[in-house]
Write a protein of this length. Structure first.
Length: 318
């Protein structure tokens, strides 16, 4: 690959709460691309959902939040027939919509917390606790960064959280709260699939949400310490999620590992990784001695070649 001749567009966009993360990630991506010898780089910052993309050999997608992450960025690239990093339109849409993603996972018998989706009528508290128990998670069906995720334990807070989510989003996910270790498992997929080491999310509170994570001044992740049989099972489930949702490139699977039942429950699948100092995929990759340079270049290589063999590139991959 002649890095000097390849023209790369870095597409940066995001919702109000997530645009800052998109910009930070994009800056790191551009810096690493230059270190790798890719000098022909364009920064693309759309002000509208439809723009004329400049002529490029490949687009590096650095977008977070709706509508960009749910297929908008990918549809732009396909409209202009430009290869791009990450999953295609359909996979991005289904993964971003938590209800639809869980329906697909359930169909393939992949465990996920019991849930109910509502986009019109409010699900009454009594009906919710009858199915979910007294501790309930409320979250948007189509939002990132764990924004507006609430753990509610009483009727008053339930309706307050419900109304707040409905005011800003297209629907509410009412989900059974499962107490356990919150885990992230990065996955890389092209011709083959490589699952990176599962890592534990350090929770400052009972759940991981946007407010809780912004409080953390220290590291957010640490290696996951479980018996190898559970680690391998978690990695197999993560691979299955990525394959069944037909995701490509570099993404991740978030799950909760219930200590009592010794069982993982999938929470969601992310199709776009971040590349900031606080990002989970680079941290996990570092546990396999995979550098940020290798991750960034992998994105480009997979985007340009659907049959790219990851394990051949990552000599340390298992």
């Amino acid at each position: 690959m002649d890095r000097q001749s390849i023209k790369i567009g870095v597409l940066v966009a995001g919702s109000d709460t997530e645009i800052a993360w998109a910009k930070k990630s994009a800056r790191n991506v551009i810096n690493v691309l230059r270190l790798l010898g890719f000098n022909n780089i364009l920064l693309i910052k759309p002000e509208k959902t439809f723009i004329l993309l400049p002529k490029c050999d490949v687009i590096f997608i650095s977008v977070f939040g709706k509508p960009w992450q749910s297929g908008m960025a990918q549809s732009l690239c396909e409209y202009f027939n430009i290869p791009y990093t990450g999953s295609d339109i359909k996979s991005s849409f289904f993964a971003f919509n938590k209800h639809l993603a869980k329906k697909i996972l359930e169909k393939h018998k992949i465990s996920t917390p019991t849930w109910k989706y509502s986009n019109i009528n409010i699900v009454k508290w009594d009906n919710a606790i009858q199915k979910m128990g007294n501790d309930i998670i409320l979250k948007p069906v189509d939002e990132g960064l764990s924004k507006n995720v609430f753990l509610v334990k009483d009727k008053k807070k339930y309706y307050q959280a419900y109304k707040k989510i409905m005011k800003e989003n297209q629907g509410v996910m009412i989900e059974k709260f499962i107490k356990g270790i919150e885990i992230t498992v990065p996955v890389i997929r092209a011709k083959d699939v490589v699952v990176l080491p599962p890592i534990e999310i350090i929770k400052p509170e009972e759940i991981v949400n946007y407010i809780a994570m912004t409080k953390l001044k220290t590291k957010i992740y640490r290696p996951l310490f479980l018996d190898n049989k559970y680690i391998n099972y978690i990695k197999n489930v993560s691979k299955e999620c990525f394959v069944k949702l037909n995701c490509r490139g570099i993404g991740y699977v978030d799950m909760i590992f219930e200590s009592k039942k010794l069982k993982p429950y999938v929470l969601e699948v992310g199709t776009i990784a971040g590349y900031t100092k606080k990002s989970k995929v680079p941290f996990s990759a570092s546990l396999m001695n995979i550098s940020l340079k290798e991750l960034i270049e992998l994105n480009i290589l997979i985007a340009l070649d659907k049959n790219f063999k990851i394990k051949k590139y990552l000599k340390n991959a298992s």
